[in-house]
Design a protein around this ligand. Structure first.
Ligand SMILES: Nc1ncnc2c1ncn2[C@@H]1O[C@H](COP(=O)(O)OP(=O)(O)OP(=O)(O)O)[C@@H](O)[C@H]1O
Ligand SMILES: [Mg+2]
Length: 359
């Protein structure tokens, strides 16, 4: 079977449009082997463990396996494991039947009911508490789930669903540390897919950057001009600790702010490979510095998101953030976002490297 997919909407779900497969896989040998594995697993109903650093595309791969599988007409149901409180883990997964009055029940469907005939995606599985790992092990049998049913009703099995899991942690290391049950690992890991970090597939960066550029230009109704070679070169030099998500955020910010206003000019000015937090002379990074950096990054991210939601209008963004206009301008400056108003170049104008110089 060929992985062939050109921006499909996931059947039966209002889920995001997947990028076309030449964008998802790029040209790198590492992603060719991922494509190979996806081809092999998508037709068989076996559990798959998807591993990779944060932002490498684990959820995209899970959705792609679902879209290519015979269960594509069923739903793709995601459970973010660390977000489910331990006390309601079973009922969230399986649902519960509460007896309201004599003889009447109020069936409250769980995530596995929703995934029946489709795919159950257990995200961040390595963060599941060991006690809940034991419960999950007990419930999963060959892609089927043990139902508890109303009190007194005999336990039964569901018809079936594909179980996919993902984690940004190394499950092997978690097992060595005694934090992950090997028996659950072997049940969930009939096949594993490892997604390479972006720094190990630099040749794919231009295709991804171009895709995000077109995608966000269409979203904001802005002209999509090709990135100058110099910018692409710098993008390929950087190490991308946040992987594809970080690249996507950068291009998104670039489109929100307009070309003069800097996200790319910051890149042009930044020495290649410069770490976000510089080490001190003795090799240690002071905790205070990390906290300051994290707070600055979080504030910057929120400001960019609110600017995006308000199409770059700073007055509206200030109102949304409950700040005075002046305070927002001050914060924009502090976050390294130039305080100039967004200037959207004329439609059809080409972006020259000079456009990307610091203002
Ligand atoms: N191969 C790809 N092609 C195009 N876009 C991608 C690709 N992989 C990921 N993305 C985009 O990057 C972002 C992060 O992807 P995703 O959520 O799948 O990563 P993840 O590995 O699950 O991250 P995390 O560990 O942080 O949950 C998403 O917006 C997604 O659309
Ligand atoms: Mg994810």
């Amino acid at each position: 079977m060929q992985v062939s997919h050109t921006g499909t909407q996931i059947a039966g779900e209002a889920l995001a449009l997947l990028p076309p497969d030449d964008v998802i896989f790029g040209r790198s040998a590492a992603m060719r082997s991922v494509r190979d594995r996806i081809e092999r697993v998508s037709q068989a109903n076996i559990p798959v463990l998807i591993q990779g650093e944060s932002g490498t595309g684990k959820e995209i791969v899970a959705k792609l396996i679902h879209v290519l599988s015979p269960r594509r007409e069923g739903r793709f149901v995601k459970v973010l494991c660390p977000a489910v409180p331990a006390s309601v883990f079973e009922s969230a997964l399986l649902g519960c039947e509460m007896e309201l009055f004599e003889g009447t029940t109020n069936p409250n469907p769980g995530r596995t009911d929703a995934a029946e005939g489709g795919t159950l995606f257990l995200d961040e599985i390595a963060d599941l508490h060991p006690e809940l790992q034991a419960k999950l092990l007990h419930l999963l049998h060959d892609g089927r789930v043990l139902r508890i049913g109303a009190p007194g009703v005999t336990q039964e099995m569901s018809g079936g669903m594909r179980v996919l899991c993902a984690t940004h942690r190394s499950v092997k290391r978690e097992m060595e540390r005694g934090q992950f049950r090997p028996d659950l690992f072997y049940r969930l890991n009939a096949m594993s897919i490892h997604l390479p970090p972006l720094r190990e597939r630099r040749e794919d960066i231009p295709v991804l950057a171009e895709y995000f550029l077109q995608h966000y230009a269409a979203k904001y109704d802005r002209p999509a001009r090709p990135l100058p070679a110099q910018c692409l070169h710098r993008l390929q030099e950087y190490d991308w600790p946040g992987n594809i998500r970080e690249l996507e955020n950068l291009i998104n910010g670039f489109l929100v702010l307009g070309c003069e206003t800097a996200t790319l000019s910051e890149w042009m000015d930044r020495p290649p490979g410069e770490p976000l937090v510089a080490n001190s002379a003795d090799g240690f990074v002071p905790l205070r510095k990390i906290a300051q950096h994290a707070a600055r990054e979080a504030e910057r991210k929120i400001i960019l998101q609110v600017l995006e939601a308000n199409e770059g209008n700073r007055k509206k963004a200030a109102r949304a953030l409950n700040l005075s206009y002046r305070a927002l301008l001050y914060k924009i400056k502090g976050a390294g976002i130039p305080a100039k108003r967004v200037v959207v170049p004329r439609r059809g104008a080409t972006l020259s490297p000079a456009d990307c110089q610091s203002s």
